[in-house]
Design a protein. Structure first.
Ligand SMILES: C[S@@+](CC[C@H](N)C(=O)[O-])C[C@H]1O[C@@H](n2cnc3c(N)ncnc32)[C@H](O)[C@@H]1O
Length: 235
């Protein structure tokens, strides 16, 4: 049982870490080093900052499965991109998903996620700002990414690779902190990718709860069916 002083100290620590993380300029080396140092305290600290992104992202995945996908949840391959310590995976597992892969830049965060035992496979050392080599196109029915489209981490154009690894008529679900969406002109990138036929915005929860200090937008994108896609790649 934490005292009020301990809770306040954890909240302040979380806010300082989050602020520091926003200054990392998307530099893979600095991000990996930063999260190496945060892995052991991450859940305790963000938990005190009322972090509810993972619950919302997982529940959106549950909703699109129920609304649109013929397969049952346990058999739906999901990629959790920037899986961190596994908070999203745990929520997906709670909702009945059983075929969850994770990837992250940080080995220490990924090791925490492995310990949850809800992932089929976790790969560390993967930079979402570059090509997801080793991930074939159209591998996943749903790709989720929570808490990663945030200042100093991943650029909006990382959406392109998330869409590539997702099957036609599958879904990409991401959170964007409000400040990030404004500063990066995220919506312009969405329009650009839509014009190119890479993805289609299907739903957006605007300014939802995220952490205590700021809300986020929660995006659901559908990957369009390509005319040339072989039949077995269609859902
Ligand atoms: C704020 S945490 C979010 C983790 C988890 N999704 C959650 O909601 O708790 C951000 C995670 O993204 C990872 N990350 C940051 N930049 C990345 C990048 N360029 N490529 C891959 N992972 C990255 C970090 O290592 C960290 O685990």
């Amino acid at each position: 049982m934490q005292t009020k002083d301990q809770r306040t100290a954890l909240e302040q620590a979380a806010r300082k870490r989050i602020k520091d993380s926003h200054a990392l300029d998307g530099d893979a080396g600095r991000l990996a080093e930063f999260y190496r140092g945060w892995a052991s305290a991450y859940e305790l600290e963000v938990g005190r900052d009322e972090y509810c992104g993972p619950v919302i992202v997982a529940e959106l995945a549950g909703a699109v499965q129920t609304a649109y996908l013929a397969r049952e949840r346990p058999a739906i391959p999901i990629l959790d991109a920037g899986s961190g310590t596994g908070l999203v995976g745990v929520q997906l597992d709670r909702l009945g998903f059983r075929t969850i892969d994770g990837l992250d830049l940080s080995e220490e965060m990924a090791e925490k996620a492995r310990q949850t035992q809800v992932y089929r496979h976790i790969r560390a050392g993967v930079d979402l700002n570059g090509p997801l080599s080793g991930y074939p196109s159209a591998s996943y029915y749903i790709t989720v990414c929570c808490g990663v489209f945030t200042l100093g981490h991943v650029r909006p154009d990382a959406l392109r690779e998330l869409a590539r690894v997702t099957r036609p008529n599958g879904f990409v679900i991401v959170s964007t902190r409000k400040s990030y969406a404004d500063a990066t002109c995220f919506e312009d990138e969405v329009r650009h990718l839509q014009d190119e036929g890479v993805l289609v915005p299907a739903q957006c929860l605007n300014d939802g709860r995220y952490i205590a200090e700021e809300g986020a937008h929660y995006w659901v994108f559908r990957v369009p069916e390509k005319a040339s896609a072989p039949a077995e790649h269609r859902l």
